[in-house]
Write a protein that binds this ligand. Structure first.
Ligand code: 3PG
Length: 206
C-alpha cells in the first residue's frame, strides 16, 4: 500500500512576526529564531524517518527559506519544488505593515481578532480566510492532492492563513471551529490520507 503522506509546515518566525507587523503579501525574510525553527522542523521530520518526493511552497521568501532549511536537514536539497502564489499568506490589504497592537488600539481588540481569525470577514482591502481558501483549495485539489494520492511523499511549506484554509478542509472544521485554530511557526503537521482523499491520521510535531 502506498504511503499517502502530506506534511504541512508554517514558515519559521519572520522579521515582521518579530516586530509584530501585519505581513500578508509583504516579503520579509526569517529571523535567526525563524532559521532555527526551520532547521528544527527538518530534524523533527528526520526523527520520524520521513523523506519526500516533492515539495510545494509560496512565492514569498519566508516560506521558501523555511523549505530550503528543512530540506537541508533532511539531506534533500535538490527535491523537485513547485512555487505558486496560490499558497501565499492571506493578503492583509491596508493592514499590511501596521503594528498589530496599534491596530487593536485603533479598531478595538474584537474587530482585529475578527479580521485575523474569522472565516468570512475581510480586513480592509485584503482577503478573508474564505477568499484565501478560494485560491488555495483549487491549487491543492489540482496540484498537491494528486501527488499525495499517487503516493508521492509531499511537503508543503506555507503560511499561517493559507495553511489554516487547507486545514479547514482537511479536518472538516466549521467556520466557528477555525476561529480558534492557531498555527505555530515551524511546527510540521503530518497527515496520512485515505485513497478517497480524506484524512486517515494526523500527527502534530509541536
Ligand atoms: O501575515 C501575517 O501578519 C502573519 O504571518 C499571520 O498573521 P495572523 O497571525 O494575523 O494570522
Amino acid at each position: 500500500m502506498s504511503d499517502r503522506l502530506l506534511v504541512l509546515v508554517r514558515h519559521g518566525q519572520s522579521e515582521w512576526n518579530l516586530k509584530n507587523l501585519f505581513t500578508g503579501w509583504k516579503d520579509p525574510d526569517l529571523t535567526e529564531q525563524g532559521i532555527a525553527e526551520a532547521r528544527e522542523a527538518g530534524r523533527k521530520l528526520k526523527a520520524q524517518g520521513l523523506s519526500f518526493d516533492i515539495a510545494f511552497t509560496s512565492v514569498l521568501k519566508r516560506a521558501q527559506h523555511t523549505l530550503d532549511l528543512t530540506l537541508a536537514e533532511l539531506g534533500q536539497t535538490n527535491l523537485p519544488t513547485k512555487r505558486d502564489l496560490a499558497l501565499n499568506e492571506r493578503d492583509y490589504g491596508d493592514l499590511s505593515g501596521l503594528n498589530k497592537d496599534d491596530a487593536r488600539k485603533k479598531w478595538g481588540e474584537e474587530q482585529v481578532h475578527i479580521w485575523r481569525r474569522s472565516y468570512d470577514v475581510s480586513p480592509p482591502g485584503g482577503e478573508s480566510l474564505k477568499d484565501t481558501l478560494a485560491r488555495t483549495l483549487p491549487y491543492y485539489v489540482q496540484e498537491i492532492q494528486p501527488c499525495v494520492l499517487r503516493g508521492e511523499r509531499t511537503l508543503v511549506a506555507a503560511h499561517g492563513n493559507s495553511l489554516r484554509a487547507l486545514i479547514m478542509v482537511l479536518e472538516k472544521l466549521s467556520p466557528k471551529e477555525i476561529l480558534a485554530r492557531e498555527l505555530a511557526t515551524g511546527v510540521p503537521i503530518i497527515y496520512r490520507l485515505n485513497a478517497d482523499s480524506t484524512v486517515a491520521s494526523k500527527l502534530d510535531l509541536a
